[in-house]
Design a protein around this ligand. Sequence first.
Ligand code: ATP
Length: 283
Amino acid sequence: MNVIEVAGLRKSYGDLEAVRGIDLSITKGEIFSLLGPNGAGKTTTVEILEGFRTRNAGEVKVLGFDPATQGHASREWRNRIGIVLQSTSDAGDLTVYETISHFAGYYSNPRNADEVIQAVGLEEKSKELIRSLSGGQRRRLDVALGIVGNPELLFLDEPTTGFDPEARRAFWSLINNLRNDGTTILLTTHYLDEAEALADRVAVINHGQIIEVSTPDHLGGRSSSMATVTWRENGELKSIETQNPTALVSSMSPQFAGEIPELSITRPSLEDIYLKMIGHANE
Ligand code: ATP
């Protein structure tokens, strides 16, 4: 079953065509990531799916319903969806625990507030006022509010902006746990390592159009791309691109007594591939 189904989606703001014919199918239990530069049309697309923006053309089904007609109208539909928007929540005079418990009350089958607080690593701040939280802690609270309703479908728009590296890793394991529970997740991120760590499939969007949909390993022909073998020889750093790095290193090995100095074998990262795709698209 497709949790999200989009065909021919279009959205203009005046003369600006922000989304120019997007097709997407996201299956149940999948983590799907939207990648693209600033202004590519990601947030516009996601907010149409969430029922927060209107569209000019195209078919959209989210959990079987059209958000344009069901979005605000159906509590039942909202109840099945969790959202972490790009902007952070307002500062408030409630504590972390109070805020999360309060939001839990909106849902028919919420998670336990203490469990959610633990899942996002805010235990020590549970009794603190929201306005006393740091930026990264505030962002963790946003994530907590997105998952407290135990959603079938979770929208995450740049969820880890402002997280320190440890918090990002903790967040990734939280998302993996949600995946194991069968939650479908649409993740928008500018962190390519995050997409690589979490996404089953990624879509690269530029100028309102999808350039490619693939797994992180296969995007842009990545899996068949050349490896770069680098080493130091006679004080000079040398490198060769090859399809067969093992054969190359084996053939070099007899020339060196023991270790080949500073030997490394690298393949393009998801970020390398992504930047190439975006670069080509803008040429
Ligand atoms: P970012 O990575 O910066 O969040 P994005 O891919 O989410 O970017 P959108 O926010 O969807 O991009 O914006 C797509 C284009 O539409 C941009 O050129 C933006 O300026 C324009 N745009 C977005 N919202 C509006 C609006 N409410 N009114 C007019 N133009 C808008």
